[in-house]
Design a protein around this ligand. Sequence first.
Ligand code: SAH
Length: 230
Amino acid sequence: MSNSPFKASIITLFPELFPGPLGTSVIGRGLKENLWALEAINLRDFALDKHRSVDDTPAGGGAGLVLKPDVLARAIDFTSPKNDTRPRYLLSPRGKPLTQNLAHELSKRSGVVLICGRFEGIDQRVIKSRNLIEISIGDYVLAGGEVAAMVMLEAITRLIPGVLGSSESSKEESFENGLLEYDQYTRPVDFEGQKIPEILTSGDHKKIKQWRFEQSKKFTKSRRPDLLKK
Ligand code: SAH
């Protein structure tokens, strides 16, 4: 393992939101045990005018405000200087969708720099000049990039070696093999008259594996046929 852990730097107008949910349970334990690191940078610290303004009205007119490129560029250059090898992502509904595959790839990198938009978004020129990769967590619009950044980080950090205990292996989960997961059961064997499928208590591991695979295929076909096409 490398000596410095995966490091996430988040540029945001609301640094107090972090680590938020990332500070609890296994991912929070991983953070405390330095299996990964988090730094939240306050974008407003890079506004130099008297009013510390970070936004302005959109060129061409229209509703809302746009984050200023000069302020954001200063924050990015401070957080991620030229020799930083971490990819820089801008959370954005216009981005490519976040996938489990990408989460795996990123969990093997030295870290990520995440930029959280607010209002109408950010000036296009800083996206270009600072090589920001736009990434979306789904086809809906949030009020800001912070929750999206947390979603992305939660997906990545649980894949960092040591973060999930061996009892919580991620190998057989939804999307890991292009399929959705099979149904799960635990004790009691009889819950309000519903029994655990007999095969799961049979002890026949080969048959159980086959049954789970058939279930996965069935669910994927009916719920997410788009996954089977890939
Ligand atoms: N005007 C923009 C939406 C701005 S929403 C548009 O129509 O594309 C404000 C901020 O919330 C965005 O800059 C982005 O950082 C974040 N955000 C909203 N929806 C998101 C999504 N689906 N995925 C990732 N980030 C999102």
